[in-house]
Design a protein around this ligand. Structure first.
Ligand code: MN
Length: 287
């Protein structure tokens, strides 16, 4: 199934010809009091929610997708994990371009050595939020990435078990200010983690390791690759991350970007597409 969030926090099931509003199915979620759980309660109860949503959707009118303001399909990830230079050809382009590596060795080493980074959860945005660029005197780049949404608590999970912990997939944009600072700073500005257009549940994508992904800016194609070229695949990334910290329901792993990163500017129009997920359009403005 495909689950979207839209408008003022409404939830929808995406069908071929539109969206069914199933917000009423949120009643199956437990009610919480302070201190609220530090993970996404909808993703934690996804199966129960979807069961109720199927019933609710039969009485729900079909809304045209074009009328909807799409939000991030996950509302409250506790963390957004990033996989740096996880495609060999992207590592190659970083190593040969001073605008990308800034003579910083942590920018050009292999992922097995430098490990993962975190993007602030406050950077999260949906397609309709757009990207609000900061540091306009510096280069800001798009990075299209397969985004994995964790479905249940994952601690020290082996790669052979890892896909059982995935709730679903979405398109991620790991927007980046180029420069010498730590990735966690340069990739954490507000709206620099775009997630959308919806969550595709894991049963629809049994193999996340063979998906075409691409991005165009103002109609011109910039990146076009396949997730089979990831150095660490989705199971390996979950194993790697969960060996250091517990992944919680709703946590997002952005799995790295292929070659072809390039600058974006206010006024640009981005279209990102991943096979079996869909496409999302995102506009760029100055913050
Ligand atoms: Mn990235």
């Amino acid at each position: 199934m495909r689950l979207c969030r839209f408008g003022e926090g409404r939830i929808g099931i995406v069908e071929e010809s539109g969206v069914r509003d199933v917000t009423a199915a949120l009643e199956v979620l437990p009610s919480f009091r302070y201190p609220f759980p530090p993970y996404d309660a909808l993703i934690d109860n996804l199966d129960r929610f979807l069961d109720r949503a199927r019933t609710v959707s039969s009485n729900s009118p079909l809304l045209p997708m074009t009328d909807l303001r799409l939000l991030s399909p996950v509302a409250n990830p506790s963390k957004i994990v990033g996989a740096p230079v996880n495609y060999q050809k992207h590592l190659d382009e970083v190593r040969t371009d001073a605008q990308l590596h800034h003579d910083n060795q942590s920018h050009t080493a292999v992922i097995q050595k430098i490990g993962l980074f975190l993007k602030a959860s406050s950077a999260l945005a949906g397609p309709a939020d757009g990207i609000a660029l900061r540091k306009l005197d510096r280069r800001n780049d798009h990075e299209v990435e397969l985004a994995v949404v964790i479905g249940k608590r994952a601690n020290n999970v082996s790669r052979s078990e890892a896909l059982k912990y995935v709730a679903g997939y979405a398109i991620g944009l790991d927007v980046t200010i180029r420069g010498p600072e730590e990735r966690s700073l340069r990739k954490s500005a507000d709206t620099y983690a775009v997630l959308g257009p919806w969550l595709v549940t894991a049963d629809e994508i049994p193999n996340p390791g063979d998906l075409n992904l691409k991005i165009s800016v103002n109609g011109e194609q910039r990146q076009n690759s396949n997730t089979r070229y990831m150095i660490l695949g989705v199971p390996e990334l979950i194993e790697f991350a969960s060996a250091f910290y517990t992944l919680l329901p709703g946590d997002v792993i952005m799995t790295g970007t292929p070659e072809g990163v390039s600058p974006i500017q206010p006024g640009d129009n981005i279209v990102a597409t991943i096979e079996k997920i869909g496409s999302m359009e995102v506009t760029v403005r100055a913050a």
